[in-house]
Ligand binder design. Structure first.
Ligand code: ZN
Length: 319
């Protein structure tokens, strides 16, 4: 295939590729409308400083990165020892805080799953399991765990940690219908190019009374409104899809799934605000002072209005 590259550093150059290096959507992946408009340009602050437009569907208000690197090309945008969910690095204050809070969060996640799942001997699949900490905590509850992880180094680490079957992304498509009581995606769906196919498969592999637990950033959150294109959870181009409670509901409904409960993730507002200040190159006082204030206001608001939480956990069942 001949292809005119639209990546900024090769703009207009012609390459011979067996696949498309970037993907530009001309219709909304949620509702199919072609009425798309750019909301702003977002910068890949984390890795390359390249610019990626964020679009919104005028029909259903779903936001997404457009254009974005294809699955074959996106690896280099994750290519950093600092990519927090894949690494166990404890360099820097933000990383150290993240690791400090992780332990408590893991127990909360397992408790949340236990509160919604039926039965003791659960079969649980974690899609995008990273280095396997959640699977380890789930296994310690006596559950039968399995994982999907695209990154090979993270996958090896998850296998060593849990002794469980952890496959690459291709493993998902071979799983049998009605296999799992629980499927979890902790901040993963926003990274997956095959958005609709993944949800269709999720619906398939869940048992009839199974539960899916899906954690996603929420661009309607208070901290997202404060930081706009600097909001760290836009995280282009690693985040392809930018969700809100309304668009998640529409997308799930399309795949025969329904939200039975929505839970806030209150600590995310602090973490995301600190990263956003870092991306704005704020001085020390703003980086910690203002980030704390935005995090605190976001946190307090999310106590009253769950839909304003920086990240949300959707508890999902078959419709
Ligand atoms: Zn739409």
């Amino acid at each position: 295939m001949r292809y005119i590259c639209s990546l900024p550093e090769h703009h207009g150059e012609i390459f011979d590729f067996p696949f498309m290096p970037t993907i530009t959507l001309t219709s909304c992946p949620v509702c199919g409308s072609s009425k798309l408009e750019k909301v702003f340009d977002a910068v890949d602050h984390f890795a390359t400083k390249e610019i990626f437009p964020v679009c919104e569907c005028r029909e259903c208000s779903f936001r997404f990165t457009n254009s974005f690197p294809s699955e074959e090309m996106i690896g280099r945008y994750y290519d950093s020892a600092d990519y927090i969910s894949h690494s166990d690095s404890d360099k820097g204050v933000v990383n150290r805080l993240y690791h400090y809070f992780r332990k408590g969060m893991l127990q909360k996640k397992v408790d949340l799953v236990a509160a919604h799942a039926q039965g003791d001997s659960l079969r649980l699949l974690d899609i995008g399991c990273g280095t396997g900490y959640f699977l380890q905590a789930a296994k310690e509850r006596g559950w039968h765990v399995r994982g999907i992880e695209k990154n090979s180094a993270a996958r090896e680490s998850a296998i060593a940690r849990t002794g469980a079957v952890i496959e690459d992304e291709n493993g998902l498509w071979n799983l049998e219908v009605g296999t799992f009581e629980v499927v979890t995606l902790w901040h993963v769906l926003e990274h997956i190019e095959k958005l609709n196919e993944t949800l269709e498969k999720l619906q398939d592999i869940l048992k009839p009374d199974g539960v899916a637990v899906i954690a996603l950033p929420n661009h309607r959150a208070y901290d997202a409104q404060c930081y706009r294109s600097f909001w760290a959870a836009y995280d282009v181009p690693r985040h392809l899809w930018h969700f809100s409670p309304g668009t998640v509901e529409k997308l799930l409904k399309k795949h025969g799934l329904k939200i039975i409960e929505t839970r806030p993730m209150p600590l995310d507002a602090f973490y995301i605000s600190m990263l956003s200040e870092q991306y704005k190159k704020s001085n020390f006082l703003l980086k910690y002072g203002r980030a704390f204030l935005v995090g605190l206001i976001g946190y307090l608001r999310s106590l009253r209005h769950v839909a304003q939480s920086s990240s949300l956990i959707y508890i999902v069942k078959k419709d």
